[in-house]
Design a protein around this ligand. Sequence first.
Ligand code: M6R
Length: 367
Amino acid sequence: EKAGFDHFMLKEIHEQPKAYRDTMLGRIADDGLSVNLKELSMLDDYIRSISKVHIVACGTAYHAGLVGKSVIESLARIPVETDVASEYRYRSPIITPDTLVIVVSQSGETADTLAALREARRNGAKVLAITNVVGSSVAREADDVLVTWAGPEIAVASTKAYSSQLIAFYLLGLNLARVLGTQEQQTVKELIAALHQLPEQVESILTQSAVLKQVAESMANHRSLFFIGRGVDYAVAQEGSLKLKEISYIHSEAYAAGELKHGTLALIEDGVPVIALVTQEGLYEKTLSNIKEVKARGAHVLAVTNAGFEHEVAQSVDEVFSIPKTLPLLTPALSVVPLQLLSYYASLALGHDVDKPRNLAKSVTVE
Ligand code: M6R
């Protein structure tokens, strides 16, 4: 049932190209010019009436929601807040009938996420669920459902569900943009063409796992490490850090690269591994200067950057992993893959139970 892989996690990492294709299937027009999510019942008039979006989720799904915020704000120009479900419910959020609440849950059974959904509906908001399980509680109780067709995810550490949630957000963002007329046709065309390239690009990343295995094995000797990035790179950094903690039990922290010098830089000393995401063209120089700050304190830096920029980055870091070229908004769907592999190989090197980490359950049905 692991299809020749040693663990479900590795199998699921390798299933991402298929999960991307399946999640896009039938949702993009054949001419590649628009996205039309026909399964949604929300009418164009309703979409035009949305004044704000709340994205609510837990754990990895929350991290997908952080990217979702950037996607919806940049494509549809609607203000978005992303909340952890267990916080959202208790901060008396301002939910109005013109708030669209998006809950994200792989299992569709997470107690806090389900409770947030109920709270949103009680306040008269419409709820859209992004879930991987068609008949789940979240799917049944939401007004609309956008299914991620990632297939069953068995490993406790979420991989293909997260990245398929990103695809769902790209499609949703483009669907909202079509109705609201917020994007030029050329931009939409380029985004759709780039989306179609993602599955093959993930495949090409997967062929380079040997390099990541080596890096992971050297990371496994350290007690603590850092992930840094800006913009969507920071969102992916948070996901990379959670994945590593969850299955390798190595402490790590994700930091907005520009925020390091406001305190955390004090923790950087000789040999501390830092994984820097440098995929946002407009922010290259800024992140590179943060990398220099940690290098100057002795950090050992692995940069994940875009093909074409790797030589420039190589001058400031110890190791570079490059991801294929895509549009800045879409890089998370690629850059998360090397981070998943790093955690996998670190966990393996330390002899942990990769698929069933200690203290954790696949689906958290208690609050
Ligand atoms: O099923 P859900 O997406 O609602 O689960 C939410 C989190 O419990 C889940 O993503 C958790 O953080 C993962 N084990 C992380 O890999």
